[in-house]
Design a protein around this ligand. Sequence first.
Ligand code: GSH
Length: 227
Amino acid sequence: MALKLYHAPETRSMRSLWLLHELGVPFELITMPFEHTYLRTPEYRKIHPLGRVPALVDGDMTLLESGAIAEYLCERYDPGHRMGRPLGHPERYAFLQWIHFAETVIIPCQNMVQQYVFTPAEHRAEMVLYFETRRLGKCLDMIEKQLGAGEYLLPSGFSAADVGVGFSVYFAGAFVSFAGHPKVAAYRDRLMARPAFQRALPPDRKPLEWFIPKLGPVRDPNTGQPV
Ligand SMILES: N[C@@H](CCC(=O)N[C@@H](CS)C(=O)NCC(=O)O)C(=O)O
């Protein structure tokens, strides 16, 4: 099988896995626990020099960065343009913008994981949690506005941009309340109901279970305070 995805469950590589399932192309999945013992081996660092996921191998090409992988998969494996919006499509650049906006949304979440999961409680920085919650809230404001009366980010319907941003919104639900963002809440539910999303979840544990027990209460994204 030419396509090979290196993945750790419920990390950014879930974007690539979910998209591969949406596309229905055959691929080989290499799943690693989200631990340095697996991600930092000399063998894996030959594939990803930083020892991160995702990494996609297609024949003799290796591609890093979930946004680039999404663009590549759409260009190479989506001949009917169900997931992609090709060059010349009126939504091409909005599509690219949202694919990459997915990272703007996940970075505050990543910083919160660092605080809650990888920082001993006595060294946790309340100000970091406050600022990152607020930054995440501003991203949710933008998604709420974009959704308007629509179901997905682009007027033409579901695309790989929803996979990218959708993973971030899925993850964000562990940290913030969506009470002030009802369209984002409905969007998250809609995305999570997709069979391809469900197939991209780990089969052996509940959603986000690997870190939820370590978190504090969800926060209000406007005030940064626990709710
Ligand atoms: N911008 C990259 C970020 C990749 C990344 O940082 N992945 C995280 C998982 S969400 C990772 O592998 N972290 C492991 C580590 O930093 O040790 C992408 O979108 O693919």
